[in-house]
Design a protein around this ligand. Structure first.
Ligand code: GDP
Ligand code: MG
Length: 167
């Protein structure tokens, strides 16, 4: 079968769960320990589509969220992004639009899926569905609530991104 390759990025503020979401998706596990190094990490995940394989090359920033130091290389060539906030930290919500603007500046047709992560932390939740809907309304009419810890909606988020990219 034909193989189609696409670069995608994880975007969002520090500690919203970007690396954990990738780990959950690619290796199907969750690691409580926290590793911090500097640079970019790339994982590959193969999805079976109707008549081809889709290989996602998933880029993740390690040790920081400041991709400006990498120039536009981090975002260059990305077909789309998952853009995440942390449902326990309202200050991470307005940044969804900031990251969307960053990737759209490099690729104006980039597919974007917005995510509210850590939905398992029900007692600490400080962001409502309506807060999220309002925050992304200029760019999208939907979002997903995920948990890298339980795996809730993690596959769904990546497969919605695949659909949006191949649409
Ligand atoms: P990043 O900076 O966006 O890559 O965030 P990390 O993936 O390193 O996660 C930051 C912290 O949040 C770590 O302590 C993770 O264990 C924790 N974390 C990430 N996702 C979740 C989640 O869905 N639920 C819970 N309870 N903790 C999470
Ligand atoms: Mg990370």
């Amino acid at each position: 079968m034909k193989i189609v390759q696409k670069k995608i990025c994880l975007l969002g503020d520090f500690s919203v769960g970007k690396t954990s979401l990738i780990r959950r998706y690619v290796e199907e596990r969750f690691d409580e320990s926290y590793l911090s190094t500097i640079g970019v990490h790339m994982s590959r995940k193969r999805l079976e589509r109707v008549d081809h394989f889709l290989d996602f090359f998933i880029w993740d920033l390690i040790g920081g969220e400041d991709f400006s130091t990498l120039g536009s290389n981090y975002l260059l060539g990305a077909a789309g992004a998952l853009i995440a906030c942390d449902l326990t930290r309202p200050e991470t919500v307005p940044k969804l639009v900031y990251y969307a603007e960053q990737i759209r500046a490099v690729n104006e047709t980039a597919a974007l899926i917005f995510i509210g992560n850590k939905v398992d932390l029900t007692n600490a939740r400080a962001v409502t569905d309506q807060n999220l809907r309002d925050a992304v309304s200029a760019l999208a009419n939907s979002f997903l609530l995920t948990s890298a810890k339980t795996g809730e909606n993690v596959n769904e988020a990546f497969s919605q991104l695949a659909d949006a990219i191949e649409d």
